[in-house]
Design a protein around this ligand. Structure first.
Ligand code: BDR
Ligand code: CA
Length: 304
């Protein structure tokens, strides 16, 4: 069976780290490369975290530095959840940070033009992809689909209306959503159903693999801050849903909807306005099979 080619643009981040872990070693996925963006922490930190996680797990794909700020608005980071480093809770060995020489938009362009039918996965603000689409429109033909963690149907985490990845650069999300490309949006209302409860952390710890040890340490920190900031008993493991949906297509249910990004300077800035339309190019995840999700995560942790 032909592998699914993906490019992963991310801002690690605890949940992004698990998305890298899953994408990096799966028989169904060919991870072509990773690009980092400012989001959960500043760019220098998210890039270093992407590098640390990849190399620690022997995922030897090129890693590119992307945008260090959003297109128009002020930079927004999320240290209260992900810590000072953006990935607090686990100590990685020291590496020589040998990033790809190309910045993310050019890197994404080159990787796409050298391949066909690539799935562009974004798990952070969509700045890098928006710049690439604007600067190099010829890449569109090479993108099979955009799969993103971001937005929601009717709820928010950074404001009552908006989810972090969209609000952190709504102008960029707007460009991507208006691209006409096939899009799968996996929003908060779905990812908040997969909470890393204590029993899940314990269960994964029983695997005693290199990656399960990293998972347990990272999730202990993540759960502490999620409890402090949101009062949750387990942190929502948002970003890996993108990769899990590719590994097992039974995990998510989608509905076709038109999605408009609110870029007006109001309290609703960053809202994803979703209106059902069976002819839309956008599929919005509406349901998740929680047990199956954890089975796929567990299988992923068992591979390293
Ligand atoms: C999203 O925001 C970030 O903090 C997480 O990594 C995830 O991508 C959830 O709103
Ligand atoms: Ca993220």
């Amino acid at each position: 069976m032909e592998k699914i080619k993906i490019l992963l643009d991310c801002d690690p981040g605890h949940d992004d780290a698990i998305a890298i872990l899953l994408a990096g070693l799966n028989e169904k996925i060919d991870l072509l490369g990773i690009s980092a963006v400012s989001g959960n922490q500043t760019l220098d930190k998210t890039a270093r975290n992407a590098y640390n996680v990849s190399r620690y797990l022997n995922i030897n794909v090129p890693i590119s530095l992307g945008a260090d700020r959003p297109l128009k608005r002020e930079r927004l980071n999320c240290g209260e959840i992900h810590g000072e480093s953006g990935l607090d809770g686990f100590s990685f060995p020291k590496y020589t940070y040998d990033y790809d020489k190309r910045r993310a938009p050019e890197f994404i362009k080159d990787m796409l033009l050298a391949n066909n039918d690539v799935i562009m996965v974004t798990t952070g603000p969509m700045t890098n992809l928006a710049i690439a689409l604007s600067k190099y429109p010829e890449i569109k033909r090479h993108i099979k689909k955009i799969i993103l963690m971001g937005g929601s149907i009717g709820e928010g985490n950074i404001s009552p209306y908006a989810e972090f990845n969209i609000l952190a650069d709504a102008e960029a999300a707007d460009i991507c959503f208006r691209s006409g490309l096939p899009i799968r949006m996996i929003g908060l209302d779905v990812t908040r159903k997969v909470l890393v409860l204590e029993k899940i952390v314990k269960n994964m710890g029983l695997l005693h693999t290199k990656s399960s040890e990293m998972f347990v340490a990272l999730m202990k920190f993540f759960n502490k801050t999620q409890k402090e900031v949101f009062g949750l008993e387990g942190g929502p493991l948002h970003d890996p849903v993108t990769i899990v949906s590719l590994i097992d297509d039974r995990v998510l249910t989608y509905e076709k909807m038109d999605v408009t990004i609110n870029i007006c300077n109001t309290e609703r800035y960053g809202e994803t306005i979703c209106v059902p339309n069976t002819n839309s190019n956008i599929e919005v995840a509406t349901k998740i099979d929680v047990n199956l999700y954890w089975e796929v995560i567990k299988a992923g942790l068992n591979k390293y």
